[in-house]
Design a protein around this ligand. Structure first.
Ligand code: SAH
Ligand code: SF4
Length: 348
């Protein structure tokens, strides 16, 4: 809601719109028409909503508005990834990254400006926490990239792996996930949406009770608590045992698996012993492992392991019959790779 009392239609779910429109003297099904205009057609102007009466449009304009985002800067990597920098209404910024990969076109979106969890190897974490994004600000990243005329194909997948910890902004993230699945709107099925978390246990428990469908990825990044607490301070409140206990009970559909992300850092968590320990931790969980060789930065005291060590680590896991891929780094040349997003506010 703005200071003038207007609120953003994109902050409401279909259920909330259905409660709202009868108060304006309209029938509930008008909510579905609004969803179609907002997300399928990407309309930002009430005048374009030609199947709504003039007077309803006038009423809407009096109480609500439709936000949108425009990229302030777009950079294209040699590998074809594109990084979008968006300015938010209050001057803060966020980034999203579009990654073409075979038949897939994945958009990596942000849920916060900065991140409160402060992982040592992550530039977003190092910039500190600024604020949570509203559902509209999360959804508008998708809508803005879909409007990019340089992109000819349709986006196929959404991953919550940009700036911020999605579960630290639980309500906005869940609302955005719900809205992006509406058939009348963006129409992403839950199988094409992946939420990545650093392991916020209370929120993960809440997730287990939601009916929303999406894929879960958990950033483990270490196989023992000392190393993990050193890399990810959140581990001191929610250690590995708690996170893995939840993963073990997490409701999965047949053939669905949890993805464990593991950033490989030279001399810190990349020994064959670490790999064996990791294997024993996750062996009873339906899962796959994404190994992410550290994306380096002059500001980080860590290094990427050698290719040989990376492959050795993978071999140990494969030897224990754990599905395991090495995630190729994308968009490195434009600082768009995992953990490199760190937008500056427009004032700086
Ligand atoms: N906060 C969530 C999602 C955003 S981070 C989370 O932590 O899961 C997305 C992924 O990038 C995480 O798996 C994280 O471990 C990884 N990452 C962070 N910094 C990185 C870096 N410097 N190099 C490689 N991966 C990194
Ligand atoms: Fe936040 Fe994820 Fe970066 Fe950790 S890795 S600081 S949780 S964005």
């Amino acid at each position: 809601m703005t200071s003038t009392g207007h609120f953003d239609l994109k902050d409401l779910t279909q259920g909330e719109l259905e409660q709202f429109v009868p108060g304006l003297g309209q029938q509930r099904y008008r909510a579905r028409q609004l969803i179609k205009w907002l997300y399928q057609k990407g309309t930002t102007n009430f005048d374009a909503m030609t199947d709504l009466s003039q007077s309803f449009r006038e009423t809407l304009r009096r109480v609500a508005f439709i936000s949108s985002l425009t990229a302030r800067k777009i950079e294209t990597s040699v590998d074809g990834s594109r990084k979008y920098l968006f300015s938010l209404a209050d001057g803060q910024s966020v980034e999203s990254v579009l990654i073409p990969e075979g038949s897939r076109l994945t958009l990596c979106i942000s849920t916060q400006t900065g991140c409160p969890l402060g992982c040592r190897f992550c530039l977003t974490g190092r910039m500190g926490f600024v604020r949570n994004l509203m559902p509209s600000e999360i959804l508008n990243q998708i809508l803005a990239v879909q409007r990019d005329e340089a992109i000819k194909e349709r986006m196929t997948n959404i991953v919550f792996m940009g700036m911020g910890e999605p579960l630290a902004n639980y309500d906005s993230t869940m609302k955005a996930i719900e809205v992006m699945q509406y058939d009348l709107g963006l129409g992403f099925s839950g199988r094409r949406i992946t939420l990545s978390t650093a392991g916020l246990v209370p929120q993960m428990k809440r997730l287990m009770t939601t009916e929303l469908r999406f894929r879960l990825a958990v950033s483990l990044n270490a196989a023992d608590d000392d190393t993990r607490s050193f890399l990810m301070p959140i581990n001191t409140s929610h250690p590995l045992k708690e996170i893995l206990a939840i993963c073990r009970r997490f409701p999965l559909h047949p053939r669905e698996r949890i993805t464990f992300e593991y950033v490989l850092i030279d001399g810190i968590n990349d020994s064959p012993r670490d790999a064996l320990r990791l294997a024993s931790l996750i062996t009873s969980i339906p899962c796959k492992v994404n190994l992410i060789p550290l994306n380096e930065s002059p500001e980080l005291e860590f290094r990427r392991p050698s290719d040989e060590k990376i492959h050795q680590f993978q071999e140990v896991l494969l030897g224990k019959h754990i599905t395991c891929i090495i995630r190729k780094s994308r968009g490195n040349d434009i600082s768009a790779a995992c953990g490199q997003l760190r937008a500056h506010s427009s004032g700086s």
